[in-house]
Design a protein around this ligand. Structure first.
Ligand code: SF4
Ligand code: SF4
Ligand code: SF4
Ligand code: FES
Length: 690
């Protein structure tokens, strides 16, 4: 008997059942028809702007299928002459506005715009570009923004605000001037971007791409004076194969080692070695905090995007973030310490390259704190997708290669180090260590499945040697923000929290091959858990080469003074981004008085913005302009209480209380805070003009 509860509609003459699909597009895709889209992303809100997903619904006309609800009995046509013509015109308009230097574009092999133009048979572009050419924004160490290749789909804007809760980029201007850019058209490297790369991961064109550092690697490889070694992060091995015909999640670590040797790398190591080492340090730090009443919960610190997020938005929680460096940074520090002697080269001639799923690691590697005498510990970071292009450029058939082993000692890892690439993996590896250490007996059951899987939030309570240990795992910074607020409000309590910026963890980092879906994430995660099982050892503490490294080079044990020097770090409060300045006025005299006012880019009626206007009027009305340089500095924190920061010359009028931003300007002028600032300006100018 037919099930009367099943809803059905008709697509191109075929009946299609549907249930909880959130729009017509998903029902049509379920029927096996791939409707073109630009602005639809199943994990984001519906925007409905690109008009590519058009379908003809009988009785209703031509509609965008992504923003139309499916209804029983609907009769849908996905390909009529009218729809085909409309799609082609849409595409032509997008192409007219697009820098079409495809052969030299990083995204040429997997650009959705190019693919659609081919698919729709667009062979000429009849329209002229109405948009002026914009400069390429190369200001970030992690990504490159080319506004001339943007199709205004808004995916990056929504991922940054909805998944990461940041909003570092947004739509600006209207009509033919519309564009996607950081607030005030500032450079992306100067605003509150945390370098997570999720905007890069969703951008369908070459408008947002990982910063390309391949040529630096080739230069090093071709330099006979250099000894070039490389480390491979866990998540790379279960994603790279997809580009060479392997099954999603297949572990191609051995083949990648072989390919890198063919490229000319002298030694190929595994970041999982220092992931194991991270557990030695981090798990000991946790145990110490638990036993000595230290700051709890402790947060993991291996995701540099999360660390930067904490530095910008939650600096008060920085003491809770583990002081351990990320596995990449630990590797750089240890490699530069022990390899010159082992490999017979000078420290300055050793080049350490990282292959990472992550573009935040490019940001991390260039931080001054990770350099010694001006030479970085990790010299060059390339992503999985860059390595794919390097392999292709040499004509290497990855799938045909015989797997080779990593070099020792830093190529030896346990399964605990390998699962770092999945959300929950760092937590599970740490639990393998903490439980065994606290219970003082061998841990036989090493799987902690409570913290595995694709859920954005996971928690577990474990009774360990009489202590109830509560842990949580979260990914996505918008989810993280909610959790941090609950922790701060005392609504939830944990001992240890793992945070990863990217959905599902590093397996879907911004440097991984383009086109990640939830299914692919799950397959890559599974690939890591399979790899865990095939390793000789599973518990990081059993890594005898890490133990030997401690004995020979790191002060004998985790937490030693040498370990702190080599493997730990300090954090920086970045909540006032004073380096992200927007010039408001520039004087003409040789000697000028600098004034900086903190503004919040996101808060309406920001008192800082109001104060900026008033100070600029003050300067103009007093004919001070030739002697004044005035800048707005971005703050990541809305100054709800009217507390803002102003500097005049080298004097900081800090935490100025400038309340009642909704009051009249006249009232505000009379406030003591305004008067103290203007007095500082008068005084500063008197000195300059003497
Ligand atoms: S890298 Fe992350 S934080 Fe920066 S703009 Fe992209 S999504 Fe936003
Ligand atoms: S930069 Fe990319 S993701 Fe963002 S709107 Fe433009 S094309 Fe879309
Ligand atoms: S989750 Fe992993 S890939 Fe993503 S930003 Fe953090 S470290 Fe990088
Ligand atoms: S995908 Fe539907 S309007 Fe863009």
């Amino acid at each position: 008997m037919a099930d009367m509860t099943i809803k059905k509609l008709t697509v191109n003459g075929r009946e299609v059942p549907f249930s909880d699909e959130r729009n017509l597009l998903e029902v049509i895709r379920k029927a096996g028809i791939d409707i073109p889209t630009f602005c639809y992303h199943s994990e984001l809100s519906i925007y409905g702007a690109c008009r590519l997903c058009l379908v003809d619904v009988e009785g209703k006309g031509v509609l965008a299928s992504c923003s139309t609800l499916p209804a029983p009995g609907m009769v849908v046509h996905t390909d009529t002459k009218e729809i085909r013509d409309m799609r082609k015109i849409n595409l032509e308009l997008l192409l007219a506005n697009h820098n079409r230097e495809c052969p030299t574009c990083t995204r040429s092999e997997n650009c959705a715009l190019q693919a659609l133009a081919h698919r729709m048979g667009v062979e000429t572009v009849r329209f002229k570009a109405p948009r002026k050419v914009e400069p390429i924004d190369d200001s970030s160490p992690s990504l490159t923004r080319d506004p001339n290749k943007c199709v205004l789909c808004g995916d990056c804007v929504r991922v940054c605000s909805e998944i990461q809760g940041i909003g570092a980029i947004g739509f600006a201007f209207r009509g033919s001037n519309a564009k996607v850019a950081p607030a005030f058209n500032a450079s992306i490297g100067k605003v509150e971007c945390v370098n997570c790369g999720q905007c890069v991961a969703v951008c369908p064109t070459g408008a947002l791409t990982p910063k390309q550092d391949r040529s630096k690697v080739w230069d090093a490889l071709y330099d006979p004076k250099k000894t070039v070694v490389v480390q491979i992060a866990p998540a790379v091995r279960v994603a790279l194969g997809e580009c060479f015909g392997a099954k999603p999640g297949e572990n191609v670590a051995g083949k990648l080692v072989a390919a890198l040797k063919l490229m000319g790398f002298q030694h190929v190591y595994d970041t999982c070695f220092t992931a194991d080492m991270t557990i030695f340090e981090e798990a000991n730090e946790l145990i110490e905090r638990i036993q000595t009443g230290g700051k709890l919960p402790m947060f993991t610190s291996c995701c540099p995007a999360w660390v930067k997020y904490a530095e910008i938005y939650f600096p008060e929680l920085l003491p809770n973030v583990s002081s351990c460096r990320s596995p990449q940074a630990m590797f750089g520090s240890i490699a530069k310490k022990i390899l010159p002697k082992q490999l017979g080269c000078r420290r300055e001639d050793l080049v350490v390259v990282s292959i990472m799923p992550c573009i935040a690691k490019k940001f991390e590697a260039q931080l001054p704190k990770y350099s010694v005498n001006g030479i970085p510990e990790v010299d060059i970071v390339v992503t999985t997708s860059e390595v794919q292009r390097m392999i292709n450029s040499l004509g290497i058939q990855l799938q045909e290669l015989e797997p080779e082993a990593f070099d020792m000692p830093m190529g030896f890892a346990t399964g605990g180090g390998v699962i770092f690439g999945a959300s929950g993996g760092v937590m599970e590896a740490a639990l393998r260590y903490v439980v065994e250490k606290l219970e003082k007996k061998p841990l036989n059951k090493v799987d902690f499945k409570q913290v595995r899987g694709m859920d954005h939030f996971k928690e577990a309570t474990l009774n360990v040697a009489g202590i109830e240990i509560k842990v949580a795992v979260v990914y996505g910074l918008a989810n993280t923000k909610k959790l941090l607020q609950q922790i701060k409000a005392g609504e939830v309590q944990y001992h240890f929290v793992e945070v990863m910026a990217c959905p599902g963890g590093c397996i879907s980092g911004g440097g991984q091959p383009y086109g990640v879906t939830n299914r692919l994430r799950a397959q890559r995660q599974q690939g890591l858990y399979n790899a865990d099982k095939t390793h000789q050892l599973q518990k990081p503490q059993d890594n005898y080469l890490v133990q030997r490294c401690y004995e020979e080079h790191i002060g004998g044990k985790p937490g030693s003074e040498t370990a702190h020097h080599l493997l730990h770090t300090e954090y920086q409060n970045r909540s006032q981004l004073f380096d992200a300045k927007l010039p408001i006025m520039r004087g003409t005299e040789a000697e000028r008085l600098p004034i900086t006012v903190t503004i919040c880019a996101k808060q309406e009626n920001c008192p800082g913005q109001l104060l900026l206007g008033m100070l600029s009027d003050y300067v103009k009305n007093h004919q001070y302009t030739p002697w004044i340089d005035m800048d707005a500095a971005f703050s990541s924190r809305p100054a709800k209480d009217g507390t803002i920061c102003v500097t005049v010359g080298d004097q900081i009028v800090e935490r100025t209380n400038f309340r009642n931003a909704m009051n009249t300007l006249e009232q505000l002028h009379n406030q003591a805070a305004f008067q103290s600032i203007t007095q500082a300006i008068d005084k500063g100018l008197t000195q300059i003009r003497k």
